[in-house]
Write a protein that binds this ligand. Sequence first.
Ligand code: COI
Length: 354
Amino acid sequence: MAPSVLPSSSPLLTSEANEKYANVKWEELGFSLIPTDYMYVSKCKQGEGFSEGEIVPYGDISISPCAGILNYGQGLFEGLKAYRTEDGRITLFRPDQNSLRMQTGADRLCMTSPSADQFVQAVKQTVLANKKWVPPPGKGALYIRPLLIGTGAVLGIASAPEYTFLIYVSPVGNYHTASSGLNLVVDHTYRRAHTGGTGGVKSCTNYSPVVKSLLEAKSSGFSDILFLDAATGTNIEEVSTCNIFIAKGNIVSTPPTSGTILPGITRKSICELARDIGYQVQERDVSVEELLEAEEVFCTGTAMVVKAVDTVTFHDKKIKYRTGEEALSTKLHSMLTNIQMGVVEDKKGWMVEI
Ligand code: COI
């Protein structure tokens, strides 16, 4: 199969492609799409199972204008990463967890989901087909984006008669490029999710409504937005693309995954790592007022990894937090990335070698 042609205008390209690596300026990776060679596609008719799936050249797809995803937003996405270790292995971080989350989301959006085995095998095949796009050790990761979308035509509101499970990949570096911590602003206007809605699954529809709020925050000089709960507007819930934690003394707290918060895989892993080093981790409602007392605030997510928050602005108050070498978030970031990069032994059984 012929590889897709990269846009030669991309500032991220070099002329130094070789057998092992694609022609990417690895030092300059951020979080924007670099098209790679191949993607995975499998289809399923309603009431049947998914086809075996194929690796095909990366490129545009053709779907009905009446597709469920286009008309009614019937779609889920996942995000996970593949890493290249110093000893030359390519590994995945907890892909089984993404497959489980896709199954939960598929149930909520009335779609058939690929089995856990098909999901993980498909991820492995896609990464292997694009192996030269996995960044060198320490230079980033290959971001893997599985989609499950209603591609069958559906005019009245219903579940689409056909679903497509598709995976594409892109090499990425940091989500937020500033080396300092994030400057968040609490959103007092918009809400991300409400009880009984889809905030607890990775529905495509959860994300574009966030953009307005994010743009407003960025235009005022903030790096990201912190949403409050829709019911009371008194508890912190989630940042635009990631989960949030606060730390004070020996206690680390994060909002519970009770339906309006995305059950982040990095979130869950960080809870475990923090407990391992003696912190008491509380998954509970966290009042926005607690931001005034917290010593540290940090965010977690696949794209974000673990990112310290430098300040949170809440009404007219700007609260500053501990960041840098002494911060818990720095410690947790290195604990996690050392496992992911194969720098320390993976005693948790989180990494899956391809
Ligand atoms: C991820 O961290 O994988 C996400 O889903 C964030 C994405 C919206 C960039």
